[in-house]
Design a protein around this ligand. Structure first.
Ligand SMILES: Cc1cc2nc3c(=O)[nH]c(=O)nc-3n(C[C@H](O)[C@H](O)[C@H](O)COP(=O)(O)O)c2cc1C
Ligand SMILES: [Mn+2]
Length: 481
């Protein structure tokens, strides 16, 4: 059964001994972050700070911060289960005969649950405040000593594509500037920024934006998924939770927000207005430097009577976002394989912070095939940011980084096997020659073929024979080892 809201998720975490309440006062300025960092690095529980200093609103952090917590969030015993459901959908064929059609009905009913449902009221509007509100009323964290201030780190930012009318929901951090304004850190490649550009192009002056904080976990999680533009995150959330997301219309705009949210900030971005945002201790493990970003003006805050503030911190890996990203890796593999079927598996090790390193195993069928795979990945949505792609043969387990390092380093003639390309770079990369633009590297660490100009013999990997292994198994015991 889908979690109705954040509270039901908290209860599930607690029942699974994955949540610790902190009943005493802790400061949202740096202290909560230090708790969260230590907890995630030790595989510890999610934390619910019941008395954040300076606010009566409890703070939830690290609710997705391990493999197990992600599984509780998605109500599965492994993220691969979601992948399997996607594969089933992809393989769905026109059923044959009446019996086939009848068997198909439950699946079609399942599909019906993906579409969000508009409801006339929701708990997120128990209190509506169009005046006398302040962003300072909320226990927003300062995460790291060099941060420019307090940042909302887990917001669901809603906007609408003016050309198609389609909704987008992305997670873009928001720096609190004052009581009623905050930074809107949508990076240039993201959909919020695209909507902004389109509205500017149409000569508009304001863009409506609504921000939901805290909701059921599938809905929160959908905001970070690397979906194609114009594919509604709320539909994917419905698929993940297998129950429609209920949406309620905002009080001051035509946008809709999840009815079960804890807190909603309604407002607008003034097109053309920019302000310095950052520095911010980012998920690269370095500070992102200050830069110019749009300003979000809050015109109304709606919330539950006693809301819970959901947040996260990013920083030197692994952090909570690593586990969120690892589940994306598992869930999106079948979708990647629709377009690049020769891919066996992919892995994004924590130290590569997603965009810096992607390890790919593949079934090679023709000369130059590994390079084709690299280029396909660079052409695939947010995978375009992959700074280093290492391609290995299908017999290499990319989940085992030691095996990849061992085999890949043996297999490459660097001058021959390394490919540099220019293109878009993640906005967070501090090393590229220009912001958002620079070079990427592909490493073809597959076994080389004569058709690729390699005519020397290629040696096999060393392995003991099964027969000798069996015999030594027995002798081993005899030797008392
Ligand atoms: C905790 C967290 C914070 C994030 N902060 C930002 C951010 O500040 N700016 C940004 O552009 N993307 C940020 N992202 C990544 C986006 O949410 C992600 O790229 C998402 O797919 C964008 O959705 P969109 O394609 O609908 O724009 C963050 C992700 C996580 C998990
Ligand atoms: Mn999107």
């Amino acid at each position: 059964m889908a979690y109705r809201d954040l509270r039901e998720f908290i209860r599930a975490l607690e029942q699974n001994h994955e949540l610790q309440r902190i009943p005493f006062e802790v400061d949202p300025i740096l202290e909560i972050a230090e708790f969260a960092d230590r907890a995630v690095k030790r595989g510890g529980p999610a934390l619910l700070f019941e008395k954040p200093k300076g606010s009566s609103i409890p703070v939830l952090i690290n609710s997705f911060a391990s493999k197990r917590k992600m599984e509780i969030a998605l109500e599965v015993s492994a993220a691969e289960e979601v992948a399997e459901r996607i594969v089933e959908l992809l393989e769905m064929r026109m059923p044959e005969g009446l019996l086939g059609k009848i068997k198909m009905l439950p699946k079609l009913a399942d599909l019906g649950s993906v579409f969000p449902r508009i409801v006339s009221k929701g708990p997120c509007q128990e209190l509506v405040r169009t005046e006398g509100f302040s962003l300072h009323d909320y226990p927003v964290l300062q995460c790291w000593p060099g941060d420019a201030g307090r940042f909302i780190t887990l917001p669901l930012v809603f906007s609408r594509n003016p050309d198609t009318g389609k909704r987008n929901c992305g997670m873009y951090r928001m720096q609190i500037f004052d009581e009623r304004t905050a930074g809107m850190h949508w990076q240039t490649h993201k959909q919020g920024a695209e909507h902004y550009r389109r509205m500017q192009h149409h000569g508009q002056t304001r863009m409506d934006v609504a921000v939901a904080i805290g909701a059921d976990p599938a809905t929160m999680y959908s905001a970070i998924l690397p979906l194609p533009p114009d594919l509604d995150e709320m539909m994917i959330a419905g698929f993940l939770r297998q129950s429609p997301v209920e949406m309620v219309k905002c009080q001051t705009s035509d946008l809709e927000v999840p009815a079960n949210a804890e807190i909603v900030l309604e407002g607008y971005v003034e097109l053309g207005e920019l302000r310095t945002e950052g520095p911010f201790g980012d998920h690269t493990g370095f500070y992102s430097l200050a830069d110019e970003y749009p300003v979000f003006h809050v015109t109304c805050i709606t919330q539950r009577k006693e809301p819970i503030y959901a947040t996260t911190i990013v920083g030197p890996p692994p952090m909570e976002d690593y586990y969120m990203g690892k589940a994306i890796e598992r869930i999106f593999l079948p979708l990647m394989r629709v377009q690049i079927p020769e891919v066996r598996d992919i892995a994004m090790p924590a130290e590569g912070i997603f965009h810096n390193l992607i390890l790919v195993s593949m079934r090679k069928s023709y000369p130059g095939h590994a390079r084709k795979v690299m280029h396909a990945i660079w052409g695939l949505g947010q995978a375009m940011f992959s700074k280093v792609i290492v391609v290995v043969d299908e017999d290499v387990d990319v989940q085992n980084t030691r095996e990849v390092a061992w085999k890949a380093l043996n297999n490459i003639d660097p001058e021959r096997d390394i490919q540099f390309v220019m293109g878009p770079i993640d906005s967070l990369d501090h090393s590229s020659r220009l912001p958002n633009y620079g070079s990427k590297m592909g490493v073809d660490a597959t076994r080389k073929w004569p058709g690729e100009g390699f005519t020397r013999p290629w040696p096999g990997v060393i392995e003991m024979s099964a027969e000798v292994k069996r015999r030594v198994d027995e002798l081993w015991k005899k030797a008392g080892l």
